[in-house]
Each structure stands twice: as structure tokens, then as C-alpha cells.
Design a protein around this ligand. Structure first.
Ligand code: ARG
Length: 525
């Protein structure tokens, strides 16, 4: 339509001219013009068959692979991970996995917060409580107790502040205490990553403290380039792009009047590191939308100072809040933060009840395992399936439903395919690996399978995992329709083989797609 307008011609005439000109004979069975000038392309059965043949991978690597740094999860280690961290962790991980699956070189960076005044307070309290690991079992509780002490006792507060200075000055005993605390907190995170199927490891941690020694260099470089200005004793960068209400430029503060550095300073050092040491061509940051201005400013300063050249793409991919079903902030009944570990426990418990209702004949161990896969999958999927930029309403009943765009529905569709193989006693290796889609439901399924690659490319380009969810839901729904319309096991010889092969490709794609979202499947449920 738009092209016709530009060429000042009638869209139907243009469509006819296109159809007369294109040479798609080996791919297309039929080309039609519909409505005001749409072109319908019917792919030929031979083409579909050839592309779906056993030896053809459904995903092929990018022709121009690049190095992508993905900065995600990145919790503050002073406290225990809570629900506020789940979105960055799982959205970032899904995008990292998709990029990797397309053959890009992915460098994960868990930019954890492990530096700053809070840690002075925590290690002071740790020394006081005798530093046994038991008190650190519940980090949330430990933080609360330390904070109480800090607020109530001026002497404790002074010692805490001195501890920060000592820590940053590299005093060995304080460093040791701090390291102990960090290790324990990181172990908490790793345990959650394991449960969530998140691919972050200890090697991916590049903490704020790792940039500490480089911060004076960042300031120096800004100064040399004439980008620093002093304002109320603080060192700032002013950029014309960022103006406040009264049209005055907003400062990006990079060093406080007492000499201390800020979150922004560390991020500037991180950009430089990612550019100079990691040779990233793309850097993707996943944090909530409250940090939009922070990243805009960092990116602008980094470009201006030459910490990142024009060839390195800097991208902040923000997401909305996680809210309760009622649209209010997601809290425990008494108004506290919901710990991630407890949320996952509840998901598994709820899934266990459902699985038990549905499959009371299965042994308890198997039901527990199914419940783990379904419960964790449901929590993750419900989040990943929504457009990340909007706020997200957490709703147990919706996410655990076996109908609709949910993890249980997709996992169930996968088991349906597996049950076809089980019932028919099919050794998939013995199939010819050929398919000849002819029925409409088969053709639709075949075309959808071939779209997998394109969907992954979209996810990689826009960092929107919900594209993949929408796709998998479509695939599963089409499979269910195909399964009703086209008998598989009772079909005659060649048709049976063809349909079985189609089933196999569906199962493989569902499993693969869910795997990229970090969601497991089971063979039956
Ligand atoms: N630790 C930060 C927080 O909890 C998130 C860090 C995101 N990454 C970054 N490079 N700033 O809000």
C-alpha cells in the first residue's frame, strides 16, 4: 500500500506487476491478490518438506555474529534477592540465551552492588555478632537487625562509617569480613539462579567493587577533556541534552564533594571496560524503568568522553513493576518484601496440589518433580509472556492455568506429543524424516515451524522475550488443532510417517523454545 502510494499507482496494479515479475516458482505453489492489493503467498509442499527434513536445522547461526554484553540480574548483595529482582534476572537471561543460540558471542555481566556505605554497617554488625554463618542464613533479617543497630546507636554508626573508609582503603581484616559476607550473599543468589534455570555463574559476576581502582581514571579522563564542572563542591558533567524544568542543564554528578564516587561513576567505568577490554559491539542493560534517565545520561557522557565509540550500541531495556493481582505493589501480608525463594516455594506447593488432582496415580517423587518444573515454569513464563515495558500483575491462578498462554499449557502440549510417540511405540530414529504436509492444519503447522528462526531474530533485535512466548503459544495451539483434525497413529504408512515427523519437529521446537526461556519440560504430566 505504502509502496503504491510512493509510486503513485493503484495498489492492485502494483501487486499484479509484482506477481508477474517475481520468480518464486521453486518455493511457491500459488500467488493471489486479495482485497485492495495484498499478496498471499502459498508455499509449495515440496519447499516445506525440504525445509523441515530431518537434517535441516530450524535455527541457523547469524551471518554476522557479534559480541554482546548482557548486564542483568545485578542485585544489591547487602540484602537477599526479592521479587523485585526476578524480572531483570529472567528477561535478561532469556535474551542472552537467544543471542547465544543465534551464534553471537555473549558475555554475561552480573553487575552486583557490593560496595558503599551499607557494607560498612553490615561488616561491623557481623563482627559484633561473632561472625558465624548461621546469622547469615537469613540475609533480610540480618540487614534489618544491622540497620536497627545503626539507627539506634551513634557509636555503632560511627564505627560503621569508619569501616567503610577502612574497607575502601584496603584494610586486610575488614576486607576479609567483607569478602565473607559477599561470598555468602552470592551463594544465596547462585542457589536461586539454579532453581530458576538462569545461566549466570560466579564467573559472570563483575561487581561494582571491581571498578573501584579505575574510578579516579574516569574522573581524570573527564577532566582532561574539559567535561568536568564543579557545582556545590561536586564534580559534574553538564550536557545540553539534559535540561531540568527551568531549562537549566541537569548535572550528572560523578564525584561528591567529600571525594566519594557514585553509581554513575561506576557505570562509566563499566562502559569503558566493556568497550576496551570486552570488545563489545552491543551492550544490553536490563533494569526497571526507574533507571531510564540514569542510563540516558551515562550513555551520553560515555559517548562524549569517547568511552564508547559509535560502533558500540548501548541499549537500556527497561521493564515495568511487578504488582499484586490488585494492582498494588507486590508485598507480603504484613507489608514486607516477598523473598524470591519463598515465592518459588509457594509456586511449587501450588503446582503440587494441581498435579496431584490431575494425576493422583503417579508416585509422590514424580509428582514433586513435575510440580517443580510446572511451578517454576509458570512463574517465569507469566512474566516473560507480557510485554516487559508494562507493569506486570502477579496472579497465581492465571499463571498456573492449563488453558491459555501459560507455561503449563505449553508443557502439556509437549507431553501430548510425547504421548503420541509412547502410545505408538515409535522409535523416532526409525522415521524417514520426511514430511509431506497437505491438509490445511498440517500446512499451517509446517509454516509456523519455519518461522522459528525469524522470531528468535526479532527477540534478539528488540530484547522482547514475549515474542517467543506468543510464537510458542501459537505453535502449541496449532498442534492441538492439527492433532484433532489429522489422525496420526492410525493414518496409512507414508502419511503416518509424515505426521509423526511433524510431531517430532513440534516437540523439538517447543522444548528448544522453552529452554531458551529457561523453562524445563517433562515427558508426562
Ligand atoms: N544493582 C543495581 C540495582 O539493584 C542494578 C545494576 C544494573 N546494572 C548497571 N550496570 N547499572 O538497582
Amino acid at each position: 500500500m505504502a509502496a503504491a502510494k510512493r509510486l503513485k499507482t493503484n495498489p492492485r496494479e502494483l501487486a499484479t506487476a509484482v506477481i508477474d515479475t517475481v520468480a518464486l516458482d521453486d518455493i511457491v505453489e500459488q500467488l493471489d491478490i486479495a482485497g485492495p492489493g495484498f499478496i498471499n503467498i502459498f508455499l509449495s509442499a515440496e519447499f516445506l518438506a525440504a525445509r523441515l527434513a530431518r537434517e535441516q536445522p530450524l535455527v541457523s547461526p547469524a551471518q554476522h555474529p557479534y559480541t554482546a554484553v548482557v548486564d542483568y540480574s545485578s542485585p544489591n548483595l547487602a540484602k537477599e534477592m526479592h521479587v523485585g529482582h526476578i524480572r531483570s534476572t529472567i528477561i535478561g537471561d532469556a535474551v542472552a540465551k537467544v543471542l547465544e543460540c543465534l551464534g553471537h558471542n555473549v558475555i554475561r555481566q552480573n553487575h552486583v552492588g557490593d560496595w558503599g556505605t551499607q557494607f560498612g554497617m553490615l561488616i561491623t554488625y557481623l563482627t559484633e555478632t561473632g561472625a558465624n554463618s548461621q546469622v547469615l542464613e537469613d540475609l533480610e533479617e540480618f540487614y534489618r537487625a544491622a540497620k536497627q543497630r545503626f539507627d539506634a546507636d551513634a557509636d555503632f554508626a560511627t564505627r560503621s562509617r569508619l569501616a567503610v573508609v577502612g574497607l575502601q582503603g584496603g584494610q586486610p581484616e575488614l576486607r576479609r569480613q567483607w569478602q565473607r559476607f559477599i561470598d555468602i550473599s552470592l551463594n544465596h543468589c547462585q542457589a536461586l539462579y539454579g532453581r530458576l534455570g538462569v545461566s549466570l555463574s560466579r564467573e559472570d559476576v563483575h561487581a561494582e567493587s571491581a571498578y573501584n581502582d579505575d574510578l579516579p581514571n574516569v574522573i581524570e579522563s573527564l577532566r582532561e577533556q574539559g567535561l568536568l564542572e564543579e557545582s556545590d563542591g561536586a564534580q559534574c558533567v553538564f550536557l545540553d541534552e539534559f535540561k531540568g524544568k527551568d531549562d537549566q542543564p541537569l548535572p550528572v554528578i560523578v564525584q561528591k564533594s567529600d571525594g566519594g564516587y557514585l553509581y554513575a561513576t561506576t557505570d562509566l567505568a563499566a562502559v569503558r571496560h566493556r568497550h576496551n577490554q570486552l570488545n563489545a559491539q552491543r551492550v544490553l542493560y536490563f533494569t526497571d524503568a526507574r533507571q531510564v534517565l540514569h542510563f540516558k545520561q551515562i550513555f551520553a557522557v560515555a559517548r562524549k568522553a569517547g568511552f564508547a565509540d559509535a560502533a558500540m550500541s548501548l541499549e537500556h531495556h527497561p521493564f515495568g513493576n511487578m504488582l499484586g493481582k490488585d494492582g498494588k505493589p507486590f508485598k507480603t501480608r504484613d507489608g514486607g518484601v516477598v523473598k524470591l525463594a519463598e515465592l518459588l516455594d509457594e509456586a511449587e506447593a501450588r503446582a503440587f496440589d494441581l498435579v496431584t488432582q490431575k494425576n493422583s496415580e503417579l508416585g509422590e517423587d514424580e509428582r514433586r518433580e513435575i510440580a517443580r518444573v510446572v511451578g517454576i515454569g509458570a512463574v517465569k513464563y507469566a512474566d516473560l509472556a507480557k510485554n516487559r515495558t508494562s507493569d506486570y500483575h502477579f496472579d497465581w491462578d492465571q499463571m498456573l492455568a492449563f488453558e491459555g498462554n501459560t507455561a503449563p499449557y505449553l508443557q502439556y502440549a509437549y507431553t501430548r506429543v510425547q504421548s503420541v510417540f509412547r502410545r505408538g511405540n515409535i522409535d523416532v530414529e526409525s522415521l524417514t524424516g520426511e514430511t509431506a504436509p497437505s491438509e490445511p492444519a498440517e500446512r499451517t503447522l509446517a509454516v509456523t515451524l519455519l518461522r522459528f528462526q525469524e522470531v528468535l531474530e526479532q527477540v534478539a533485535a528488540d530484547a522482547y522475550p514475549h515474542y517467543l512466548c506468543t510464537y510458542l503459544y501459537e505453535l502449541a495451539s496449532q498442534f492441538m488443532r492439527f492433532y484433532e483434525a489429522c489422525p496420526v497413529l492410525t493414518a496409512p504408512g507414508k502419511v503416518r510417517d509424515s505426521r509423526l515427523h511433524l510431531c517430532l519437529r513440534v516437540a523439538e521446537t517447543l522444548k528448544n523454545g522453552l529452554g531458551l526461556l529457561g523453562i524445563e519440560t517433562v515427558e508426562r504430566m
